[in-house]
Design a protein around this ligand. Structure first.
Ligand SMILES: Nc1nc2c([nH]c(=O)n2[C@@H]2O[C@H](COP(=O)(O)OP(=O)(O)OP(=O)(O)O)[C@@H](O)[C@H]2O)c(=O)[nH]1
Length: 143
């Protein structure tokens, strides 16, 4: 069975995280995710992420550290390998080009969202390491 590789961006800015709600025209409509998408042939996860974020949100991100890959079988045909990255907002304004909406939320607020199942371990790792990720991004933004 083929595993589909998807990279996603945990964009941290001013102590908040950017989250996106899937629209009615997408699969898993109404569920929340970290923006990103499927890797294309020959792309690294980081290259794919920069391309997808530009397509979905019109902005440029800096890709920092990778978190643990989360594998989830939505069905026998659809096994997702979600590759999360901590990212920063590099440049450009945010435009919501594909999702129903996006929000900047506090870490505690993320718990309340109806997440795509593959994202639950990612959220848990983010929560456990929040202080380190948060302060690293804050220091980068200052420099
Ligand atoms: N971008 C993104 N996709 C995720 C996350 N979690 C998760 O399960 N996915 C799944 O990974 C796939 C990403 O595909 P995509 O966004 O590039 O394209 P798509 O909607 O056309 O995919 P589809 O084949 O499911 O319709 C989707 O099936 C989506 O549901 C996440 O946090 N971010």
């Amino acid at each position: 069975m083929k595993t589909i590789s998807v990279s996603c961006a945990i964009i941290i800015h001013l102590n908040k995280v950017l989250v996106a709600k899937r629209s009615s025209t997408m699969s898993q409509p109404g569920m929340w995710e970290f923006p990103g998408g499927k890797l294309e042939q020959g792309e690294s996860p980081e290259e794919s992420l920069i391309r997808e974020i530009k397509e979905e949100l019109g902005m440029e991100v800096s890709v920092y550290s990778q978190l643990t890959v989360s594998k989830y079988a939505y069905s026998e045909e659809k096994i997702i390998e979600l590759i999360p990255f901590i990212c920063g907002w590099k440049s450009g304004d945010i435009r919501v080009l594909e999702h129903e909406r996006v929000d900047w939320l506090e870490i505690e607020e993320l718990r309340l969202l109806n997440w795509a199942p593959a994202d639950i371990p990612v959220y848990n790792e983010l929560l456990e390491n929040w202080q380190a990720f948060r302060s690293r991004n804050t220091n980068r933004a200052k420099n």
